[in-house]
Design a protein around this ligand. Structure first.
Ligand code: 5GP
Ligand code: ZN
Length: 107
């Protein structure tokens, strides 16, 4: 846990969020400023700053994130989705804890 990291604080329940799913490795919560009919953030509990900091040992976690995205697709009864990662400031990243935006459409 990085004590200065907003998403670590959400994982640790120090900052409230509307949590949609949680297991030992991953948390999914609703984005505070939704930009699609469904806008979820899928994050690892482990603090990894950016996608470029993902190591080979994290690959099972990355696969889990995709599995959870599929589960959310079914749970939210989506008909289409985008899974987006903004990497680094120049790529639009504002929170430096790895996260995937799940934008979903029901129709
Ligand atoms: P980024 O630009 O880093 O890819 O995305 C960060 C996302 O986190 C943004 O879409 C922003 O709306 C969301 N966000 C920022 N602060 C909070 C917060 O305190 N709670 C929740 N649920 N989402 C947040
Ligand atoms: Zn963090």
């Amino acid at each position: 846990m990085d004590s200065n990291c907003l998403f670590c604080k959400i994982v640790d329940k120090q900052v409230p969020a509307k949590i949609e799913y949680e297991d030992d490795d991953v948390v999914v919560f609703h984005d505070i400023n939704p930009r699609a009919p469904v806008h979820l953030l899928i994050i690892p509990k482990k603090h990894i700053a950016t996608m470029m900091d993902v190591k080979a040992e994290d690959l099972p976690l990355m696969s889990k994130i995709h599995e959870v995205a599929q589960e959310m697709y079914h749970k939210q009864e989506l008909k289409g989705m985008r899974l987006i990662n903004n990497c680094n400031k120049e790529g639009g990243q504002e929170v430096f804890h790895l996260h995937y935006h799940l934008w979903g459409w029901k129709e």
